[in-house]
Design a protein around this ligand. Structure first.
Ligand code: NAD
Length: 307
């Protein structure tokens, strides 16, 4: 094995990547651009093939092929359940993954399930790190994600060069599963602050204030939050509703956070209402919508015309 100037072997310069969706595609693309030999697979064979032809890397025909190709496997998938299937199914990654390999689960998932997956991988002498991300598709593209990492220090050290390609900040939160807990709590705060600011926007519009002016004033004042700064003008007022984060996934994350609170016997009345409102929007709109489209539902309920 050749040693690279940064001390990693050629096998360590190989990365397998499962899940080429809104986030996974630009993250894997950054690894290709950084000189990694990237082996990709997505349930959509079209996405897998397009990635190889448009970005580079190697399109794998199966998870087994991908598992055999590298000793670092990144998963960027919708749910922990899908991560489990991808790893342990009859034709899954662990069928061929080498002992000593590391799986880096960058999906947002359930802490308890992540801990259980880590145990099952450990029985095969495979390590797991949970490394969910925040920052959305915009920062996935620029390689400036906030990466929240749980797991053993020495294992995180081993994959840190790979994480640094995709993230601006890498925060270690503690043992395996702690990254997932922190990520779910972040998205609870994201979802709650979105709803309150949206209500402020719509009440303001009903009062007769100009919506663009409301957003500008919020963003110049103490009522600002991440949503008012990066989504309200860009995806609500523009009428594009294309933030790149699905309503389904946000409802999943808020559900994980509320479940965590229940398991800890913590009373979370605001979070519970937040979950109810986002879940109701999903029921109304159905799956496959951007999370910003909740504005249409709330505006209709409030009797406010909105783009
Ligand atoms: P996405 O739905 O756009 O992409 C998921 C990808 O996984 C799809 O390409 C799908 O084909 C693939 N996939 C599904 N099942 C598969 C399987 N069994 N085998 C192989 N591939 C499979 O989702 P996303 O927005 O990229 O989100 C991925 C993860 O990142 C989620 O856990 C999400 O909560 C989290 N996340 C998303 C954002 C965002 O802004 N979109 C931000 C932070 C974190």
């Amino acid at each position: 094995m050749t040693a690279y100037s940064n001390g990693v072997s050629d096998m360590e310069k190989r990365v397998s990547f499962v899940g080429l969706g809104a986030m996974g595609w630009p993250m894997a693309a950054n690894l290709v651009r950084a000189g990694y030999d990237v082996y990709v697979f997505d349930a959509s064979s079209d996405a897998t093939q397009r990635f190889e032809s448009e970005v580079g890397g190697h399109a794998c025909a199966s998870l087994a092929e991908l598992g055999d190709a590298a000793d670092v496997v990144i998963t960027m998938l919708p749910t922990s359940k899908i991560v489990r299937n991808v790893l342990f199914d009859e034709h899954g990654v662990t069928r061929t993954l080498h002992a000593g390999a590391v799986v880096v689960d960058m999906s947002s998932g359930v802490p308890g399930e992540t801990i259980q997956i880590a145990r099952e991988l450990a029985a095969r002498d495979i390590k797991l790190v949970d490394a969910p991300v925040s920052g959305g598709t915009r920062r996935a593209v620029t390689g400036e994600l906030a990466i929240i990492v749980g797991g053993d220090e020495d294992v995180i050290d081993r994959v840190a060069p790979v994480l640094k390609v995709m993230g601006r900040s890498i925060t270690r939160t503690g043992p395996i599963g702690s990254g997932q807990a922190m990520k779910a709590l972040n998205n609870l705060a994201l979802g709650g602050s979105f709803l309150v600011a949206l209500e402020a926007l719509l009440v303001g519009k009903k009062f007769g204030l100009d919506p663009a002016l409301i957003v500008d004033v919020l963003n110049a004042s103490s009522g600002m939050n991440y949503n008012t700064q990066t989504k309200f003008r860009q995806f609500l007022l523009s009428g594009t509703y294309a933030a790149g984060f699905s309503l389904d996934l946000l409802v999943k994350d808020i559900g994980i956070a509320v479940q965590l609170a229940e398991e800890l016997d913590a009373d979370v009345p605001v979070a519970s209402v937040c979950k109810t409102i986002w879940s109701a929007a999903l029921d109304t709109l159905g799956t496959g919508h951007d999370h910003t489209e909740i504005a249409k539902v709330t505006a209709k309920e409030m009797g406010v015309s909105f783009p």
